[in-house]
Design a protein around this ligand. Structure first.
Ligand SMILES: [Zn+2]
Ligand SMILES: [Zn+2]
Length: 116
């Protein structure tokens, strides 16, 4: 193996390694804006369920300071207000507060299925 081949190989290794790091960093960035960071909400007018992330919420109150302290206006119909809640892990129902079974297990108040 001559010096030129060695140099070529080490450059290839650096490029591969760099590419790996870049793809790793960018993939961890995408997972940061995953809907998991937001809150499930349901509109009290159109009934649309949507995840509102803290950034969207912050922007809404920045743009509409007079709405501060009130629920966010639905971005879909612009009429209703968004009610904060949670999503049922069994059937994806929207609920505000989990119910309880006789044995104390949490249960979805909509479909009555106990949470896993
Ligand atoms: Zn709506
Ligand atoms: Zn449910």
């Amino acid at each position: 193996m001559n010096d030129k081949t060695k140099l070529g190989l080490s450059i290839a290794a650096i490029v591969l390694c760099g590419g790996f790091i870049i793809s790793f960093v960018s993939s961890s960035e995408t997972s940061a804006d995953f809907p998991d960071g937001g809150t499930w909400t349901q509109c009290n007018a159109c009934g649309e369920m949507q995840v509102i992330d803290p950034e969207t919420r912050g922007r809404f109150y920045d743009d509409n300071p007079s709405q501060m302290g009130q629920p966010m206006v639905c971005p879909k119909c612009k009429k209703g207000r968004l009610v904060d809640g949670l999503k049922c892990p069994v059937n994806g129902c929207f609920y505000v507060q989990a119910g309880q079974m006789a044995d104390g297990r949490p249960v979805c108040p909509k479909c009555k299925k106990p949470f896993p």
